[in-house]
Design a protein. Structure first.
Length: 425
């Protein structure tokens, strides 16, 4: 298959008989990406900070290292000589990815998914919000950035309460708090929470924060947006339920009014094209799946929240809903396949699909039983991630089902999760 656009000096990986994929982060999303690459004949190395990570069971090789350690990451890349690097997590020494992408680590330029620039921008709320709101003019919540407590007080006064404070480097709701009044103690607490729970060692002694107006959200959708040799295309919207920054359910298609859908697609496409434009400036293609998170407000307006430059956890529903899951799309985009809108289609019309993670609590090694019962629920499918240990709260599996309606699909995933039992010993 020919590349339709993009930098041809990067080559066409499908004609390269030696596709070598290095996964940086080997959790449940990485495991599915590894399977999709393996199906197409690629060699896969799964790296993570701990042994027996989910993707390590389906990869050719696995490595354990601190991926935020530049030296260790550089050595891993030099040693495994990948043609494609697929980051699954944010806590990675991003300057090493940039060096890999420009050919400074091995004797060739390595494709970084989606691009080393996109990884750097999307992990930093300040850079991402500036790109989205200022450079691309996308609608977002009102916001200010702050680098110390004095600046934060001023930011809260300008944005107004209620507002949300987030460390610029964090994910899964870590370090976030809602300020409901401009009280001094509340502001101090929010600053402390952001400092204590930000991603470790990202930027020295303090973390900058973003102060965002609290949005009157009616519902949230994710638009999986695919950038490939055929250009940028959006999947059908995914509805979701979030709890404390973690997704608890998703379903597809999310039924949204036509004007909301058009605006959501415009925002998602503009955002991904903006990231692709930045990548092209440094000679990268920026191919892959992006999870564009959008807020739909009570007045029907749509705001850009953030974007993951990789498959999104709410997109696990696509393992049952789409002909090509978000993981298959990610792998194919990176392999140079032109993904036109027909490649992003749902399996059939008049059906809804749902996903629901099994979240377990405890300390020790988890064992899941009840799988036969779970799979007896009509249309049920289950992915058991194979995580070796839990320390507190951890997502261990995901239930998948279809239904004639959203309610039916969601109640089936509830039945599947209820059938699964977790014992932690
Ligand atoms: N400004 C806001 N107003 C209202 N709710 C918000 C706001 N910002 C975030 N939220 C809620 O918190 C959730 C998590 O926020 P956000 O996506 O910014 O953080 P995150 O740490 O990157 O989370 P994740 O990694 O799970 O996507 C959102 O999905 C939304 O439900
Ligand atoms: Mg989010």
């Amino acid at each position: 298959m020919a590349l339709l656009h993009g930098d041809s000096s990067l080559g066409n990986p499908l004609q390269d008989h030696n596709v070598r994929v290095l996964l940086l982060g080997s959790g449940e999303l990485g495991k599915e990406v590894a399977i999709e690459f393996a199906r197409l004949g690629a060699w896969v190395c799964a790296a993570d900070a701990y042994d027996h990570a989910p993707a390590s069971y389906v990869a050719n090789e696995s490595r354990v290292l601190d991926m935020a350690d530049s030296e260790a990451l550089t050595a891993l890349i030099a040693n495994t000589r990948p043609t494609i690097i697929v980051p699954e997590i944010e806590a990675i020494a991003t300057e090493v990815l940039a060096a890999a992408a420009t050919g400074k680590i091995t004797d060739r330029r390595i494709t970084v998914a989606a691009s080393s620039q996109a990884i750097e921008i999307c992990m930093d709320r300040e850079r991402l919000r500036t790109l989205a709101a200022v450079d691309l003019g996308l609608p977002t919540t009102r916001y200010r950035f702050a680098g110390n407590l004095t600046e934060m007080r001023a930011a809260v006064a300008e944005v107004g309460a209620p507002c949300v404070v987030k460390p610029v480097m964090s994910s899964s709701g870590h370090g976030q708090s809602v300020i409901r009044c401009g009280d001094e103690i509340v502001i101090n607490d929010a600053w402390e929470i952001a400092q204590n729970e930000r991603r470790a060692a990202d930027e020295g002694d303090i973390s900058r924060v973003i102060v965002e107006a609290f949005a009157p959200i009616d519902y949230e959708v994710t638009l999986l947006t695919v950038s490939s040799a055929a250009g940028v295309e959006c999947c059908t919207p995914i509805g979701q339920r979030q709890e404390n920054g973690d997704y608890r359910e998703s379903w597809q298609p999310a039924v949204v009014p036509n004007d909301v859908l058009q605006e959501a697609r415009r925002i998602a496409t503009t955002c991904v094209e903006g990231l692709a434009q930045k990548a092209r400036e440094t000679g990268e293609n920026c191919f892959g799946v992006f999870g564009v998170e959008l807020f739909v407000l009570t007045d029907g307006s749509v705001l850009f929240n953030e974007v993951s430059p990789r498959p999104h956890d709410t997109g696990m529903v696509t393992m049952i809903s789409q002909n090509l899951s978000e993981f298959a799309l990610h792998a194919r985009a990176l392999l140079g396949v032109p993904l036109t809108s027909d490649c992003l289609e749902l399996r059939s019309d008049h059906t809804t699909w749902a996903s629901r993670p099994l979240v377990a609590h405890g300390y020790g090694a988890p064992a899941i039983t009840g799988i036969a019962d779970a799979l007896s629920v009509p249309s049920a499918d289950v992915r058991i991630f194979g995580k070796p240990t839990i320390a507190g709260k951890r997502r261990l599996a995901v239930a998948l089902a279809s239904g004639k309606s959203e309610a039916e699909a969601r109640s089936r995933t509830q039945k599947i999760v209820n059938s699964l039992e977790t014992n932690v010993s």
